[in-house]
Design a protein around this ligand. Structure first.
Ligand code: GUN
Ligand code: ZN
Length: 431
């Protein structure tokens, strides 16, 4: 029999989507809850007394009043931008040219890629993040680096070779054919191996020719089990550039749609400045919109009207967008999502924010049967939050009338100091 471990504390569980039903009906915090781990999976979730009595042999780890929740799922990031996060003063296209492409060029060195992949997964785990969907660089070895490092940790990650065959420096350009060939070889090597999930990854329409987008669309049609990740409608000047580059397209989304790159397994990062047709089409095909609120504030892109997209039934994920985003922390990202929604007159509840960062992102990545909630049979990917991690939070918690007030204070004021422990595949990686 595998080793069984019982985590006791306050447990956060979901039985539905708090954007579809009132949060009180589908999100629960059990103040005396427990999660039973059996090897790499969750075996039971319930009242501590009951689960303990049924499994007396399990080793008990008591987290007292800490919040045991699903590990955070960061649905859009660029691990190669780890070392240049917080680079000053540019808007999107200048930021890419001044900082990002230079850093990504360094990933021609597989040893550098391996070192940054390890550093990135250390940093994200320290922030309670257990799964990431990350862009790599154009170098196939940068994909190998992240998948290999994740496999060592028993961790589910989504990544793919970033494809660019125009409007990028010479040393960061591939071709339509090599993008197809390299992506195909990588997905055949990695997709479904252990917990690895491959995403076909055209960076965004400005850096791909129509020929490259078509080649990647064809590859996706041959491998519909893979995800596809890209960027959509992030900044107004970017959208104007896309209009010049694709004069026949009805809109930005159409540059993907026309090349076979629109579908429910498509992840569309940002998607801030959408037209009505784009919203309608995403809703119709259930394309995933990935909200990157710290990045949208940092690069000055705008405030996504997430509640409006939720009301249309578009599946939503939440993401740091490291290093356009200004933090590795999904707590900071939830705070930014709260602030962005306030611009649209909608105060997101802490239960909705926690759902976005866990179950919502897992659903966006089509991994909701494996991760994103504390459920029997799921992987034991868990974050344990100290709800009194700093002086500022502690004094606020002293005034709190409910656990949800505590959770909201940790969302708005918390960071990696709030992470008591991170469990990945049943192994405690921190804390
Ligand atoms: N659009 C195309 N590439 C990127 C990137 O690396 N970061 C962000 N934020 N937007 C992009
Ligand atoms: Zn991005």
């Amino acid at each position: 029999m595998q080793k069984q471990t019982l985590l006791t504390g306050q447990t956060l569980t979901f039985t539905g989507n708090p954007f579809e039903v009132p949060w009180e009906e589908c999100v629960r915090i059990n103040s005396a809850g427990a999660v039973l781990l059996d090897g790499s999976r969750i075996k039971a979730v319930g009242d501590a007394d009951t689960v303990k009595a049924a499994h007396p042999q399990a080793e008990v780890i008591s987290y007292s009043n800490d919040l045991i929740c699903p590990g955070f799922v960061d649905a859009h990031a660029h691990y190669p931008q780890t070392a240049m996060i917080a680079s000053w003063g540019k808007r999107l296209i200048d930021w890419l040219n001044s900082y990002t492409f230079r850093e990504e060029a360094r990933f021609c060195d597989p040893e550098y890629a391996a070192a940054i992949a390890a550093r990135y997964l250390d940093l994200t785990a320290a922030n309670g993040t257990t799964t990431v969907a990350s862009f790599a660089t154009i170098h196939p070895a940068s994909v190998d680096a992240l998948f290999s490092e994740a496999a060592k940790r028993g961790q589910a990650v989504v990544t793919g070779k970033t494809c660019m065959d125009r409007n990028a420096p010479d040393d960061l350009r591939d071709t339509a054919q090599s993008a197809y060939d390299d992506s195909k070889a990588l997905l055949e090597k990695w997709h479904g191996r252990g917990r690895a999930q491959y995403a076909i990854t055209p960076r965004f329409s400005p850096t791909s020719t129509p020929e490259q987008l078509s080649a990647l669309g064809a590859l996706w049609a041959e491998h519909p089990e893979c995800l596809m990740q890209t960027h959509l409608s992030e900044q107004t000047d970017e959208i104007a550039w896309v209009r010049e580059l694709f004069p026949q397209a009805r809109d930005y989304l159409d540059t993907y749609e026309a090349h076979g790159l629109l579908g429910s397994r498509g992840l569309y990062g940002h998607s801030i400045h959408l037209t009505q047709r784009e919203v309608d089409r995403l809703a119709e095909v259930q394309g995933r919109v990935i909200h990157c609120p710290t990045s949208n504030a940092f690069i000055g892109s705008g405030a996504l009207d997430l509640p409006a997209l939720a009301a249309r039934g578009i599946p939503l994920g939440l993401a740091t967008d490291t290093g356009g985003g200004s933090s590795f922390s999904m707590l900071r990202t939830m705070a930014a999502a709260y602030e962005a929604a306030q611009h649209h007159g909608y105060p997101l509840h802490a239960a909705q924010l926690m759902w976005l960062a866990t179950a919502g992102s897992a659903h966006a990545l089509h991994l909701a049967s494996e991760i994103g909630t504390l459920s029997a049979g799921h992987f034991a990917d868990i974050a344990v939050l100290n709800l009194r991690s700093t002086q500022a939070i502690n004094q606020r918690a002293n005034r709190s009338g409910s656990v949800w007030e505590d959770v909201f204070a940790t969302i708005m004021l918390g960071d990696d100091r709030a992470i008591r422990a991170t469990w990945i595949g049943g192994i405690c990686t921190t804390g």
